[in-house]
Design a protein around this ligand. Structure first.
Ligand code: 7PJ
Length: 274
């Protein structure tokens, strides 16, 4: 049976996998400082595990448009204790970071994926992950999180994003990284209008065929869901489920979501009908 090698794990290619978003950022629920946020995040991870998550994606810096950047030490303080607490939980662990130092520490700690919204473009990023065997998610972003949503323009968004990803794959493999480790992601909402996002969503299979690597899609609660449903972010669950199924129909093999239980159910029914 064909499988994706994924750090310590082998995943079947016969069904889409659910990646649950775990925020390592201090949140409004915990006013007890660092340990309270850690405790809260672990409780959230345990719930995701009960809900059937395949991969837990730990992020220490919010990359929402306009969100403030977090310093290296602070990001390590947020992310590393969670990696150590969760790495033997039986589920694959991913770390959402664009900082080479965080990548290096996470890879040394044995995580299964480094998920970089910056596509491993930072100086030292490739060196940081080269000698590990974790999977690498290469995402497309236009400009940077502060500027990306200011009037994004493309002549042909699918062609330009595909060309960017092809170039990154070429750079990574030229550095000695096995192509089997690489995943691609068009980066919904990262320097794209609603039309750009849906054009990319519909081009999933074309990108997978052209680039020869599997596709990860993250559209949970994003503005592309709000634009179609007219719903604010806290009412985008049903829309996000629709988007997840659409992404799978268009070739995505990992769906990155906030709402694990609901997405797992939807994908199980989808799978049973195939
Ligand atoms: C994505 C991500 C995404 C990948 C974020 C949010 C913004 N990583 N990190 N793909 N989005 N690979 O979740 O709304 O779409 S943060």
């Amino acid at each position: 049976m064909p499988q994706h090698k994924f750090g310590r794990f082998n995943f079947p290619t016969s069904r889409a996998l659910v990646m649950g978003i775990l925020n390592a950022t201090p949140d409004s629920f915990s006013d007890g400082g660092q340990f309270a946020s850690l405790d809260y995040a672990i409780t959230h991870a345990e719930q995701m595990i009960r809900d059937g998550v395949d991969i837990i994606d730990i992020g220490g810096e919010s990359s929402r448009p306009g969100a403030p950047a977090v310093g290296l030490d602070e990001e390590l303080r947020r992310v590393m204790p969670l990696i150590f607490a969760l790495r033997d939980c039986g589920k694959a662990i991913s770390v959402d970071t664009y900082k080479p130092e965080v990548m290096r520490e996470a890879a040394l700690a044995g995580v299964d994926m480094i998920n970089d919204i910056n596509g491993f473009r930072a100086l030292g990023a490739i060196d940081a992950v080269k000698d590990s065997d974790c999977a690498l998610c290469v995402m497309h972003m236009l400009n940077n999180p502060t500027t990306m949503q200011a009037n994004p323009e493309y002549n042909n968004v699918v062609r330009e994003v595909t060309a960017f990803l092809a170039e990154r794959i070429a750079v990574l493999t030229a550095a000695g990284i096995d192509k089997e480790r690489i995943w691609i992601d068009p980066g919904f909402g990262f320097g794209k209008t609603v039309e750009h996002n849906y054009a990319l969503l519909k081009a999933g299979k074309q990108m997978v065929d052209e680039l020869g690597v599997p596709l990860l899609a993250g559209l949970s609660r994003k503005s592309m869901i709000g634009a179609v449903t007219g719903k604010p972010v806290e009412q985008r669950l049903a829309g996000s489920i629709g988007g997840a199924l659409a992404a799978v129909a268009h070739g995505a093999q990992i769906i990155r979501v906030h709402d694990v239980a609901e997405t797992v159910d939807a994908l199980r029914v989808w799978q049973a009908a195939h």
